[in-house]
Ligand binder design. Structure first.
Ligand code: GLV
Ligand code: MN
Ligand code: MN
Length: 427
């Protein structure tokens, strides 16, 4: 890995163009498709709420299926609810090459996260069709279901979905099991969607950076070296609901006060050790929730991320210990659900080099970088080598209606994806 990395770093400037294959995607078409897709779940301030399994998600999925069919792909929905479009290769002994991403969004999300990679993967297939190019490898374009709710569709292919995960309630209000059925999957047949490690030739995913590094450094393409792992745990704080007017300040068991102290503590613990780890409390529910009642119960969502799983699990343990001490101080009781973890994944050094070379051949500047966001690629990494291509996010804004990537950057990313696929296929 070191050698490949040094080689990549040495060439991470706008490079003299090598001889690129003349094949290019239709950038206008991808950007038109992005605009059309953004109608499904559109919000007044811009962006979309197209959470997995919602009506908007179902509409977006049928739109994507239409595009995949137009691109000449043989489309089916696997038992996990992923949309899979296949294209035969000329060498039936070769394992399939996978490309894709997701089109579900967070609540009040943007029009680029997942969509850019999904529509560019479809565009790559469309370009191959129009230019009548048959790859040696079978190609699968996959739109994974429910990436935002825990990389569910891609996880089903690799790690699998256990009962606990199938019973989780998603943003749509449906459980993962119900939602998987709603999008055309069959949660009773999940084994048929599962793939064996070593059963794929590889997976490439194009995605917006979702941070501001590429734009700040005026770099066209990010070559992802690794994707962070993510830990989620629901934290319940139990106090005692009582009259807010008659209960003296020294006799309260205020769950929300404990929660506030806890949130501060999470920040202190996470920033208390060197490194790039991040920790967030992203949602909170207070009961009973009235001006004149001391909160008796709070439930909140804790998230930790880092490239090193041991590190964030260690931080989680430390946070739990701090919570116990806080609980004693305020006569409240903390409990944590078992952590749900998306494992970190490194991308393949050879794939990094292929992407870097493709960028170079197109005259793009590029650099190696980590991904602070989770991606389907980290689940697919269990099955075979993966690579990820980033394009700039203006202002580093994502999971927001203000998320934006320039049309030219999207076209560049799609061309880098196409050239990478062609180069991989020729190896
Ligand atoms: C996915 O977008 C994530 O990083 O939460
Ligand atoms: Mn996202
Ligand atoms: Mn995404």
């Amino acid at each position: 890995m070191k050698t490949a990395r040094v080689a990549l770093l040495l060439c991470c400037v706008t490079a003299a163009a090598q001889t690129p294959s003349p094949l290019r995607v239709n950038g206008q078409r991808i950007n038109d498709h992005l605009k059309e897709l953004s109608r499904f779940g559109a919000n007044p301030p811009g962006g979309v709420s197209r959470v997995a399994y919602s009506d908007a998600d179902l509409q977006g999925r049928s739109y994507a299926i239409g595009l995949m069919k137009e691109a000449g792909l043989d489309v089916h929905i696997d038992a996990a609810g992923n949309i899979v479009g296949t294209r035969s290769g000329s060498d039936p002994t070769l394992k399939p090459l996978l490309i894709g991403s997701h089109i579900d969004s967070v609540p009040m999300g943007g029009n680029y996260d997942g969509d850019v990679g999904s529509l560019s993967a479809i565009e790559a297939a469309q370009t191959l069709r129009e230019k009548q190019i048959t790859l040696r490898h079978p190609l699968e374009v996959i739109v994974f279901q429910n990436e935002e709710g825990g990389t569910i569709g891609s996880r089903a292919l690799g790690e699998g979905l256990d009962e606990k995960r199938l019973n989780l309630v998603s943003q749509s209000g449906k459980t993962i099991r119900e939602g998987t059925r709603a999008v055309g999957g069959n949660p009773d047949q999940l084994a048929s969607a599962r793939r064996q490690p070593g059963s794929i030739a590889g997976y490439f995913e194009l995605h917006i950076e979702q941070g501001g590094t590429l734009e700040r450094d005026k770099i066209d393409i990010g070559v992802v070296e690794g994707i962070v792992g993510i830990l989620h745990s629901d934290v319940t704080i139990e106090g005692f609901a009582n009259h807010a007017g008659t209960t003296p300040m020294d006799q309260r068991r205020d769950a929300l006060l404990s929660a506030a102290r806890f949130i501060e503590k999470v920040n202190l613990v996470v920033t208390g050790v060197p490194g790039r780890q991040v920790g967030t409390v992203g949602w909170i529910k207070v009961e009973p929730g009235a001006y004149n009642v001391i909160p008796g119960k709070v439930v909140l969502g804790l998230e930790l991320r880092d490239l090193d799983e041991k590190k964030f699990v260690g931080i989680f343990d430390k946070i739990r210990a701090e919570a116990e001490a806080l609980g004693k101080l305020n006569q409240t009781r903390f409990s944590f659900t078992d952590p749900v973890i998306s494992h970190p994944a490194l991308t393949d050094p050879e794939f990094q080099k292929l992407i870097g070379d493709a960028a170079k051949s197109l005259g793009f500047s590029f650099k190696l970088m980590p991904s602070g966001a989770g991606h389907d690629a980290q689940e697919i990494a269990r099955l075979g080598p993966v690579g990820m291509i980033f394009v700039p996010s203006v202002g580093g804004i994502s999971h927001s209606p203000k998320e934006f990537s320039r049309p030219q950057d999207i076209e560049n990313g799609a061309n880098a994806l196409l050239q990478t696929v062609l180069a991989f296929d020729k190896r």
